[in-house]
Ligand binder design. Structure first.
Ligand code: GLN
Length: 222
């Protein structure tokens, strides 16, 4: 599987994401935001967490208009896989590649802790190696993780089985406890928790590992 990880000024989870992808068997290229094209023959684009452009304007809003994001949109329009973690999720909603928006946390504070997540669907390239309803522990680290969308969009996400993960403890006020969602074609995923920070024993738990193993086996079937 050929993957690219985008790097914006202020990204700080790009290398963690690359390590998780590489250790799962992917061939990874880091791509600076000023690039206007993605590597040839690419399967998956990862949009990492961090503070792109210092979170100015709104988290992810400036990155959503970066040159590389135009190439990302073209990749997604061709049916390519893309996933955004934390700031990456914010970028994907700001770019219009996923519905909804991430507002300031309900408690107005930055929250950094491992949070229980329910795997809400296993029908995706990102969640197939989990069990439906499984509870996993994955770190969050954000101040704008409060997922919101209009009621019709939330109903549609649920009706189409496009909620990937739900919070067990809803730390940030997200609508319907939603922590991660899928696009209509199920190939684009955004989530606030960081599976790359729960990837190996040294991280405290390995519950994020199946996210990356699912992806690698979905894209290149064994
Ligand atoms: N870890 C992250 O990606 C943080 C995202 C964003 N800067 C926020 O605080 O909401």
């Amino acid at each position: 599987m050929k993957a690219a990880v985008l790097v914006f000024p202020g990204s700080n989870c790009d290398r963690d994401m690359a390590v998780a992808l590489r250790k799962s068997g992917a061939d990874v290229t880091m791509v600076w935001h000023k690039e206007t094209s993605l590597p040839e023959g690419l399967d998956v684009v990862g949009v990492p967490g961090g503070f792109s452009y210092g979170d100015y304007l709104r988290c992810g809003a400036i990155a959503a208009n970066s040159p590389i994001t135009r190439a990302l949109k073209a990749h997604v329009e061709r049916g390519g896989y893309a996933f955004g973690i934390c700031n990456g999720f914010q970028v994907l909603t700001e770019a219009g590649l996923l519905p909804g928006a991430l507002l300031r946390n309900a408690g107005l504070k930055y929250i950094c802790k491992t949070t229980p997540l329910e795997v809400a669907t296993t029908n995706s390239a990102y969640t197939a190696d989990y069990t439906l309803g499984q509870t996993i522990g994955v770190p969050i680290a954000h101040h704008d993780g409060n997922f919101t969308a209009d009621e019709a969009t939330l109903d549609l996400l649920e009706a189409e089985d496009r909620v990937a993960f739900r919070y067990g403890d809803n730390p940030n006020g997200s609508a319907r406890n939603i922590a991660g969602i899928l696009s209509e074609n199920r190939r684009v995923l955004g989530m606030m928790p960081h599976p790359e920070r729960a990837f190996e024993a040294a991280h405290g738990n390995e519950d994020g590992k199946a996210f990356f193993s699912s992806l690698v086996s979905a894209v290149v079937p064994a």
